[in-house]
Design a protein around this ligand. Structure first.
Ligand SMILES: [Fe+2]
Length: 287
């Protein structure tokens, strides 16, 4: 089964959102949507999400799932906005509870912030399956970048989120709380064990040096031979050394503070105050 896949590239955060359509029906899923956020002004904007809504409506698609590969630290999820306009169930990995626990503490959330994943419609574990029309999706737990990261294998297409990036760029960072380069290496082996012709769709692209265009589609075979971090049978020890030393040099993503607070709530803003105003926190010297 070969789903129709359309990618939407967000320039501001280098994120790719996907619409994945069952070739035999009008059913689809949306993976890793983006709510635009301007940190300087504290304003949200639905431009990116509206593009996806327009595409879905123009093609008369029925949205069954709004899937998150993980709690993103670099962009806000538009899942609740898309749900309001298009329907669909919001799904994420069960280990979201670990992420909620960690960042519930970092942001000093009160007891009203539930850490049981109940903000989401579905919590997936390894081995779960789901349907988009007639098409089956399978869930692989692929932690390392975060503890809750999932890969959604839908027909011949694997949506790997932030695990592998394009072969010339390598892999995702592992230095967020709960991340682990050892774990990411093992998760990547799970993805690379899929048939060589499996299509791989990556969650971000940063245009590796020497490449002119953004790209988000590759294959397991290409990753195995060409990936600059894990290709040609690199060992776990080699990978861990490279990944950890590189991570030590990376700055935090610009939107990590708003993204975590919103995404750990399934894309909802924190509860408004008595006046109906919404605030996000900035923890000082904690991230
Ligand atoms: Fe990420």
């Amino acid at each position: 089964m070969k789903p129709d896949v359309t990618g939407f590239f967000d320039d501001a955060t280098n994120t790719i959102s996907f619409v994945v359509k069952d070739p035999q029906s009008d059913s689809c899923a949306i993976i890793d949507s983006v709510l635009d956020f301007d940190y300087s002004s504290g304003r949200t904007d639905t431009g990116s999400a509206d593009e996806v809504i327009e595409y879905v409506k123009k093609n008369n698609l029925r949205v069954e799932w709004l899937l998150e590969s993980h709690v993103h630290a670099d962009h806000l999820s538009a899942a609740p906005y898309l749900q309001e306009h298009l329907g669909g169930k919001i799904g994420i990995g069960e280990n979201i509870t670990m992420v909620q626990d960690t960042f519930g503490k970092v942001f000093n959330e009160g007891t009203e912030f539930q850490r049981d994943g109940s903000q989401f419609d579905k919590l997936f574990v390894e081995g779960d399956s789901f349907h988009i029309g007639q098409m089956r999706g399978d869930v692989l737990h692929t932690p390392g970048h975060t503890p809750a990261c999932l890969t959604y294998l839908i027909g011949d297409a694997a949506f790997v989120g932030d695990t592998l990036f394009m072969p010339d760029f390598g892999t995702a960072r592992c230095d967020f709380p709960g991340g682990s380069s050892e774990m990411l290496f093992n998760s990547i082996q799970k993805i690379l064990a899929l048939p060589d012709e499996t299509r791989i769709f990556v969650g971000h692209d940063y245009k590796a040096p020497g490449r002119d265009d953004y790209a988000w589609e590759t294959t397991v075979g290409a990753q195995k031979s060409l990936n600059v971090h894990v290709g040609e049978g690199k060992s776990q020890a080699e990978f861990v050394e490279m990944r950890d030393s590189r991570d030590a040099t990376l700055a935090m993503p610009k939107l990590i503070i708003p993204s975590l607070q919103v995404n750990m709530r399934a894309g909802q803003m924190p509860e408004p105050d008595e006046e109906g105003d919404v605030f996000l926190k900035v923890p000082v010297n904690k991230i």
